[in-house]
Design a binder for this molecule. Structure first.
Ligand SMILES: [Zn+2]
Length: 67
């Protein structure tokens, strides 16, 4: 789905760096270097980004809408 707002392990707010991280990745920066540039230092927070798949657009057509 979308990136979780906080790290599951330490509780640090991480979601606000997701866009910047993706822009760096799209520009060709290596994942480890992009994580360093956005300020992800703890490995628990870094794994949240490395292990995340953005599936919101895959799941959205199957969601219910109240209209
Ligand atoms: Zn963390």
């Amino acid at each position: 789905m979308i990136i979780p707002v906080r790290c599951f392990s330490c509780g640090a707010v991480i979601a606000h760096k997701w866009e910047e991280f993706n822009e760096l990745k799209a520009a060709g920066v290596e994942v480890a270097e992009a994580l360093d540039k956005v300020g992800m230092k703890r490995y628990c927070c870094r794994r949240m980004y490395v292990g995340h798949l953005d599936l919101i657009y895959e799941a959205a057509p199957f969601s219910t809408s109240i209209q």
